[in-house]
Design a protein around this ligand. Sequence first.
Ligand code: FES
Length: 346
Amino acid sequence: MSVRRLAEDHIQPQEFAFNADNKKWAKQTIAKYPKGRQQSAVIPLLMRAQEQDGWVTKAAIEHVADMLEMPYIRVLEVATFYTQFQLKPVGTKAHIQVCGTTPCMLRGSGDLIKVCKSKINEQPFETNEERTLSWEEVECLGACVNAPMVMVFKDTYEDLTPERFEEIIDEFEAGKDVRTGPQIDRQFAAPEGGHVTLTDVPARAQSARQPAKKADAKTSAPKPTAKEKAEEPGADVKKPSKTAKKAAAKADNEQMKEPLFEAPEGQKDDLKLISGVGPVLEGKLNDLGITTYAQVAKLTKKQIAEVDDRLSFKGRIERDDWKAQAKALAKGGAEEYRRVFGKDPR
Ligand code: FES
């Protein structure tokens, strides 16, 4: 946790005032709280002050304290406690908060910090030369399941690799809209590649269509007798047993493990040199029969879709441009990779 102090006096502006819109908004916000509890508006007001000026100045803290009839020290305590408040000027296009707590640390936040140091500034809270970007390390931001992640203003960027993170920084610098949330094939915090439970779509769709009917049936309809149950249409159709279901799932799994390609003879290439491929993915690719750079370089669109499907990571092959990377590696190894991409293969 970083030490949080107000910025030096010489960069503190003398005064602060909300602009007309924010002043109106602040009055409405304070009015939401019961009489005598207006101080509860301290966090939203400080946040609005930060959004207006880019950081929380001493003058803004005092102004908010006056509005809420609070001692200055109480508002200062709030502003210095929460890391979402910036106490000195930060990058005008992005101030990046890198989560460095255990789950993110174990999943690579150290590499994200290295990217910040090389692309922005060696020191946290210092801007780049253009004053557009800055960074800091913070404690858990509550998206651990999609670690490693960063937060920029109010949005989070999750499931990051150093390569994708570099792109995100470039997109902020260029003023582009940056895709928020998970940066891989994952919806919110669902499993990568899609749901693995409750996948019985017809049953789910049916229950979604008939919620009221279901509730009524539960509360008012009498339970059928055993005789009535036996006479129901389809009662003699046997449901698949648990064992049969398990066997079917096992057969599906076995089928998914079957190779898609005939692995070429000879030595395997180190597919981990392709950015985006780690030891686990390399093993899975080998299981599919992909063992060389040349094979990756020649994948057709249809084959990419098949591999995507098998490995449940739709889009990653194209997003990380595995084909171009593999082509360079196949042509001249790490040297050619460096020539084409201007950096070492990892
Ligand atoms: S540990 Fe990084 S978001 Fe929780």
